[in-house]
Write a protein that binds this ligand. Sequence first.
Ligand code: PLP
Length: 378
Amino acid sequence: MTLIQKSSNIYFDHNSTTPLNQEVWAPLFNLVDQPMNPSAVHDHGRISKSVIENAREHILDALHADKNDYQVVFTSCATEANNLALKGLDGYRVFTTSIEHPSVFNVVGEGIIPVKDSGVIDLDALEQLCKSLNGGKFLASVMAVNNETGVIQPITEAAEIVHKYGGLIHSDAVQAFGKIHFEISNLDMVTISSHKIGGPFGAAALVARKSLPLNPLLEGGGQENRLRSGTHNSFSIYAFGLAANIAIKNIENFASQTQRLREYIESELLKIAPDAIIYGKNANRIPNTTSITMPNVPNETQIIHFDLHGFSVSAGSACSSNRLALPRVQMSMGYPEKVARTSIRISLGISNTMEQAKKFVDCWRKLYETVNNKKKVA
Ligand code: PLP
């Protein structure tokens, strides 16, 4: 059997996905040869069920969610959990913000809650909108942290406003959970994901108030309290619970490790190009993320340059034609498309080092100077 060769690139794209946490490997590999269907009524099934229930407890604990009020619905990915939250309630008007991940934005169809140029949602606009609905049933979906800029949203305040007008609030907390202290607090539904926090692919969750009249997206065997039919992905769910537990314990460490490198990278890049824009620089941000422009250099050129020089970074989502999609998040913060198209996202992980950060700064400088010096000559 031929083994797939691993990439030797330095990985600066942790908001996209993370490597599997090594502390999860041993307990996971201990189980992978087991037939693990928790719906089966025999010893294998009982063990599998206990594994799933153990993960459920970890998730509820990590979110400080009261088990009497909230239930965990395990799904295959955060996209599915977001779809369940947004499509699962009959008769509700659903609206969202201009900076959501496509798994929310494209489901709702538009983002009518604007953000300020800081990248923080406009709470006054949210309040006006809630007021204008005149007491009708509504659901607002407001992300906890933006995946591109890392800007932390005032989600507790947003929930207070929504509740004041009788609405419900869902939050896509995929980029908050496990990276900063994040509790379910006064939210009605929350989406979280395994592969963003050192867990494997194939597991995510919608954590929702038990009192909500949610309808499933899929009909079938009625797993997950009838809200998510289909045989459980027991391995991934198990490892998701472990990864959540580890990530929560490591939050301070994650913050100090990644913030130090981010501060270094940002300050060095600004020394090279003082007119570079760091989106949301003055807002509260998660510690590992920076979205930054390289003046006059399209992000596609940057991504190819960095890849060729051994760095995996991201430039926003690709659209179906494989070209980069419109930089909606940066544009909704008020930046023109031409500027927004020179932005890349660097998202760090706990294993990144200062040496890697220094190499990256050098690599960034080379491209910036090549393009901008040529411009001066021309
Ligand atoms: N929500 C946010 C904020 C994300 O960053 C992502 C993935 O990048 C998702 C949802 C969707 O996650 P998945 O593609 O694993 O379903």
